[in-house]
Design a binder for this molecule. Structure first.
Ligand code: ADP
Ligand code: ZN
Length: 720
């Protein structure tokens, strides 16, 4: 009958490395695995991404017999089985998506003892005609244990109650003595108790991991007319997959369309789409064919894509618990990821209105309280992580430094001096201009209009170069909000000073501003340009291999693993085997191909040493990365593809670099003859009106070319 075969490995760690390529267990994983190996029942509560699957997968491989995994969703099963197969592990699933022949052949393999893990949906497991098969399996091969995934589905108090789950206790009487492991990401005590009771777990080992997700950055941003622009900027600046949640189907369609028009590979997902379309969109997201999923909350449960880099709530989340779960779909692989809520009071009224429509008063009250909690979260100035964990009864003693409130504590920085600069610039411009112009003057812009107005002669010209335009804009808006400045409202917003403005200028008032995160660039981790260049190539290679096998890219290697390759540059199979995430099977299957790619890259870059990573060249700076790739001989199109950015963004970088005389040659990009023609048009029309220049030059000239030449034109004008 069942016994363990750990003897084949000197330690559990050795088995972990062999099958999964990891060196260490995460907190609670080892305890859970030991419980299962000791034939004990256990309940594992871990947040999404905590590594629950391993708790039953590794014991399954170390014991004789088959481990039965109950999983509620077909898509989820398929993904898990693919990932296991890719690690060389014999796993399979039985569900309604298979035809009879296929199902029979899988059953046959199981009865031959060829399969270690069997995934089934609860309906099937409990159906009359499955029972005899299960009994035969037990007699012929042995059952090592049951793993009940998403175990909160047994509880009406959980967020995904499934009545079939209630029947699972029948396994208890029919297969007494076979250990049962329940797993969930739902944190509340109430649900935990329910699981233990409903599944009739016997003296279970209860293992609760912390719900803190240290790799997630939490922030709340104001929702206003600029919100879409900010969203777009965020999506462009983060390299990787993301989910944008909206409340209504209409909003989903609208945002998806706008993003598509702005060159972002985005798709919609909501209950109003035909099933086929939905499944196809989800598949394309998981396979990295599209980068962004715009979705209602219908999208999520069952998405175990580990490398989601951002989750945005464009509209207010319903409850704090649902926010935790939805935002928790980011960064399951443990790499940095970003969670943003856009918060505006208009949404609050919408939600309040919806609550008023509810027929039941008790329901209304609960919903109101939940709304209140969400608003408190959004408005709060204390650590956002502390609020979330507190909600689950977990106490975080220190603030986290990975949320906007910790990074940019309020009350805020003293911006009095900047405010004086800003207001005095408004005064020098005789209170006749808007925000953009004032900022241009402060930052010493070379725009023609500024010279025409002789505003480059003002004493405030160029005194604000040390701050970005975005920072000045935030300051300006904050001054308006605080009543320290006014703006005309007749459609041509012109900034005007008021009595309070003069108090600031006379140093009678100080000014404090909260600078939100995001302006500083939403950098997710710092990497060198070389590393980024290689990472992009390894991702492309991974995508090709995954497509050839028809599996999602992360099944080949996770992002964490690719990142480590890009850092360590393994150029031999030995070195490659030491990368976390490279197990014996993957070494055999992919080692050679990846080592070749890395070696080729190192050759091109002139990197010789195998073990030592190259010194970081430029960190973070997006322009520097573009420059680097350009200097490696990539065309703008290639750079755009490597960086997963729009071509127009790359052109803007190149144009800025040309303007700053920073390593980019215009002659490489636009032929001298064409430069001359464009230059002449720029001289006539000025640099501000690209549309007019384009009209003048005709269709034979592109905006991109004009922008590049304009970079050079600006530099020449500044220098002259
Ligand atoms: P959950 O089911 O709890 O949401 P998963 O089981 O999908 O989480 O695991 C999340 C990610 O963490 C996966 O990419 C998995 O390969 C990885 N992982 C799990 N355990 C470890 C470990 N001990 N070391 C490194 N990575 C791990
Ligand atoms: Zn914090």
């Amino acid at each position: 009958m069942t016994s363990t075969s750990t003897a084949a490995f000197p330690s559990l760690e050795a088995a972990l490395k062999h099958f999964f390529g990891y060196d260490q267990f995460r907190l609670q994983q080892r305890a859970a695995i030991e419980a299962v190996l000791n034939q004990q029942d256990a309940l594992v509560v871990m947040p999404t991404g905590g590594g629950k699957s391993l708790c039953y997968q590794l014991p399954a491989l170390l014991r004789l017999g088959v481990t039965i995994v109950v999983s509620p969703l077909i898509a989820l099963m398929q993904d898990q089985v693919e990932a296991l197969n890719n690690n060389g592990i014999a796993a399979t699933f039985l569900n309604s998506s298979l035809d009879l022949m296929e199902a029979r052949s899988r059953e046959y393999d199981l009865l031959q003892g060829r399969t270690k893990l069997l995934y089934v949906a609860p309906e099937r497991l409990l159906s009359e005609n499955f029972w005899p098969f299960l009994t035969r399996l037990q007699q012929q091969v042995g059952l090592a244990g049951f793993a009940i995934d998403e175990a909160h589905c047994v509880s009406e108090w959980g967020h995904d109650f499934r009545p079939e789950y209630r029947q699972l206790h029948r396994l208890r009487s029919a297969f007494a003595g076979i250990p049962m492991l329940a797993l969930t990401a739902t944190a509340t005590e109430r649900v935990r108790q329910d699981i233990v009771q409903q599944l009739q777990l016997q003296k279970p080992e209860v293992l609760v991991a912390s719900f803190n997700r240290p790799n997630l950055y939490y922030e709340v941003r104001p929702k206003d007319r600029q919100t879409y622009g900010h969203l777009l900027q965020q999506v462009q600046s983060i390299n990787g997959a993301g989910i944008i949640y909206c409340l209504s189907r209409k909003r989903v369609d609208e945002i998806a369309l706008r993003l598509q028009n702005d060159g972002i590979a985005a798709l919609p997902y909501h209950a109003g789409l035909p099933d086929l379309t939905r499944a196809e969109n989800q598949r394309r997201f998981i396979r990295d064919d599209v980068r962004v999923m715009v979705a209602t909350i219908a999208f999520g449960m069952g998405i175990n894509k580990p490398d989601v880099r951002f989750v945005v709530h464009y509209d207010l989340p319903r409850t704090l618990e649902s926010y935790y779960q939805e935002s928790g779909r980011a960064g399951r692989d443990g790499e940095p990821a970003h969670c943003t809520v856009y918060f505006g009071y208009a949404d609050v009224s919408t939600v309040n209105y919806l609550i008023d429509q509810k027929p039941d008063e008790r329901e209304q009250n609960i919903a109101r309280q939940q709304l209140r909690q969400v608003i408190d979260y959004a408005e709060s100035t204390v650590c956002r992580r502390q609020i979330q964990l507190g909600y689950f009864g977990e106490f975080l003693s220190e603030s986290c430094d990975r949320c906007d409130n910790c990074r940019f504590p309020k009350p805020k920085q003293d911006w009095t001096i900047e405010a004086q600069k800003f207001l005095s610039c408004v005064a020098r411009c005789r209170e006749r201009f808007g925000m953009t112009h004032i900022i241009d003057v402060l930052r010493g812009s070379g725009k023609k209009r500024i010279r025409d107005l002789q505003h480059d002669q003002l004493s405030t010209y160029g005194i604000g170069k040390d701050r970005t335009a975005e920072e000045w804009k935030i300051l300006g808006r904050s001054l308006l909000h605080q009543g320290l400045l006014e703006e005309t409202v007749d459609g041509f917003p012109v900034l005007k000073l008021n009595a309070a403005s003069w108090q600031v200028l006379r140093k009678q008032l100080t000014v404090e501003v909260a600078m939100p995160e995001g302006l500083q660039g939403v950098a997710t981790g710092t990497t060198s340009a070389t590393e980024d260049g290689l990472l992009a190539r390894l991702k492309a290679l991974r995508k090709r291999l995954a497509d050839a096998q028809g599996v999602p890219p992360y099944v080949v290697f996770t992002e964490t693993t690719l990142r480590q390759m890009a850092q360590r540059l393994p150029q031999s199979l030995d070195a490659f085997a030491r990368i976390s995430g490279v197990g014996s099977r993957k070494l055999e299957q992919y080692g050679q191909t990846f080592v070749e790619e890395i070696t080729a890259f190192c050759g091109e870059q002139g990197i010789t040493a195998t073990a030592t990573p190259p010194p970081p060249l430029q960190t973070g700076d997006t322009h520097a990365i573009t420059r680097q790739l350009y200097q490696q001989g990539h065309s703008p199109d290639q750079i755009a593809e490597l960086r997963d950015l729009r071509r127009s963004t790359i052109i803007r970088h190149l144009s800025d670099l040309i303007e700053a005389d920073d390593g980019v040659e215009l002659d490489d990009l636009v032929s001298p003859e064409r430069q001359q023609t464009i230059w002449a048009a720029l001289e006539e029309v000025g640099g501000d009106r690209l549309g007019e220049i384009r009209d003048r030059l005709g269709d034979g000239y592109s905006y991109d070319e004009i922008r590049l030449v304009r970079g050079y034109y600006h530099r020449a004008k500044l220098e002259s």
